[in-house]
Design a protein around this ligand. Structure first.
Ligand SMILES: *[C@@H]1O[C@H](CO)[C@@H](O)[C@H](O)[C@H]1NC(C)=O
Ligand SMILES: *[C@@H]1O[C@H](CO)[C@@H](O)[C@H](O)[C@H]1NC(C)=O
Ligand SMILES: *[C@@H]1O[C@H](CO)[C@@H](O)[C@H](O)[C@H]1NC(C)=O
Ligand SMILES: *[C@@H]1O[C@H](CO)[C@@H](O)[C@H](O)[C@H]1NC(C)=O
Ligand SMILES: *[C@@H]1O[C@H](CO)[C@@H](O)[C@H](O)[C@H]1NC(C)=O
Length: 369
């Protein structure tokens, strides 16, 4: 027995000596194999594209105290620190993806971030002030051409095939009618309106698929009617509480989104997706902040008015005076609409590795394999 186990150990050691050095030394300086990340959407994902377009400061946020927690300087991200795609990039061992429109940004081998604060799936949503979803798709197609020139058709195709496409859109289509102009919303039934939003999103997913994309990560939209800005609007209208109509639209959207993704999965060969219950993640933290380590779930850290729901954070809009909380880690919302770095981190972890009942049928970790 003794000599047998000695022989086995000897064989194992022998094999290890041959295999380990050759596999690790053949490409000593090559980076780890990685799938790229392409990001589409609105302010939940925008890492600063809006700095480079002609828009209002309301959609740019490249001023203090935005960025105060993590970056120490404002980056154009609508939060005190990182956004969901930043955490996802970190978990996937990718660098932070810079905004596509950032001058000099022409290295797309890790992917790109096309998202634009205020953007919707409908062209009319904040028209002229944002890069709408359709234009983001156009930018992606430009990148695809560039990659084919740089890497060759085969390598570009392989890269697009392995990449993950993270999309978050819809919130502004359901918020802006209550903030600015409800003409478009009022011309349709709720079902028709949601159908248009989902229709435009579906077109974009199919176009990415045609270019070789197979792995899609989506978030449903949050409890929109109860975010601080909407409660402020409700107050201004002489009411109290949430704008239920906006939340109703969000719920219809979320039902329609999961249905359309199931249809795409059954129709498109090789199509894989992940949908996360952003709605529930945010609502739970708003209603039970202490359960998640926060002190305040409903009032924003930065802004003015009873919920700090007036978008005055930073004092660059028409309202110059605003309040800023002393400890942002205690808050779910940083400003009138956007969660904090800490809330985003918790949510990003659920998107990355959440169990099937909250993030499915795949989580993002599984899509990156
Ligand atoms: C930016 O937009 C403003 C207001 O819409 C307009 O007056 C101005 O000419 C635009 N600037 C550029 C460079 O397009
Ligand atoms: C998206 O919706 C708008 C209506 O706002 C429509 O005009 C536009 O053509 C749609 N875009 C796509 C890509 O379907
Ligand atoms: C509201 O939007 C509609 C459609 O885009 C536009 O025709 C109308 O002029 C806008 N109204 C106001 C008051 O801005
Ligand atoms: C800020 O709040 C977090 C979360 O409640 C807490 O862990 C931390 O100690 C606080 N920091 C300060 C400086 O009070
Ligand atoms: C999801 O499933 C996990 C265990 O797999 C469980 O701990 C968790 O409570 C469930 N969450 C919901 C929202 O059902």
């Amino acid at each position: 027995m003794a000599s047998l186990s000695f022989q086995i150990i000897h064989v194992l050691v022998f094999c290890a000596c041959i295999l380990i050095p050759t596999s690790s030394q053949s490409h000593p300086h090559q980076p780890e194999k990685h799938a790229a990340l392409f990001i589409f959407g609105d302010s939940i994902f925008d890492a600063g594209n809006n700095i480079y377009i002609n828009t209002t400061t309301d959609y740019q946020r490249n001023f203090w105290p935005y960025g105060e927690t993590f970056f120490d300087y404002p980056t154009g991200r609508a939060s005190d620190g990182r956004l969901i795609p930043d955490f996802i990039a970190e978990y996937a061992k990718l660098p932070f993806l810079p905004p596509y429109l950032q001058p000099g940004n022409n290295q797309f081998t890790y992917g790109s971030n096309f998202a634009s604060g205020g953007a919707g799936a409908l062209d009319q949503t904040n028209q002229g002030l944002v890069v709408n979803l359709n234009t983001q798709l156009t930018y992606f197609k430009d990148v695809e051409k560039l990659l084919r020139q740089k890497l060759g058709d085969e390598a570009a195709k392989k890269m697009l095939f392995e990449a993950v496409y993270l999309i978050n859109i819809g919130s502004n289509d359901y918020l802006s009618p209550f903030l600015w102009n409800s003409t478009v919303l009022q011309s349709y039934s709720h079902e028709q309106y949601v159908h248009m939003v989902i229709g435009n999103l579906t077109v974009v997913i199919k176009e990415i698929y045609k270019k070789g994309g197979r792995k899609f990560g989506l978030l449903d939209v949050g409890p929109l009617g109860c975010v601080p800005i909407m409660k402020e609007i409700k107050l201004q209208q002489g009411g109290m509480g949430c704008i239920e109509e906006s939340t109703e639209l969000a719920k219809l959207h979320n039902i329609a989104l999961s249905k359309v993704l199931q249809e795409l999965e059954s129709k498109l060969k090789g199509f894989k997706y992940s949908i996360s219950n952003f709605y529930t993640f945010l609502e739970e933290r708003m209603n039970n902040p202490s359960k998640y380590g926060f002190k305040e779930g409903k009032i924003a850290c930065c802004g003015s008015g009873p919920f700090r729901g007036l978008s005055s954070c930073g004092g660059k809009s028409s309202i110059k005076e605003y309040e800023l909380c002393s400890n942002v880690s205690e808050y779910v919302f940083f400003d009138s609409v956007h969660p904090t770095d800490r809330a985003y981190q918790q949510i990003a972890e659920l998107i990355w590795s959440g169990t099937r009942n909250i993030t499915g049928p795949y989580n993002l970790k599984a899509l990156f394999v």
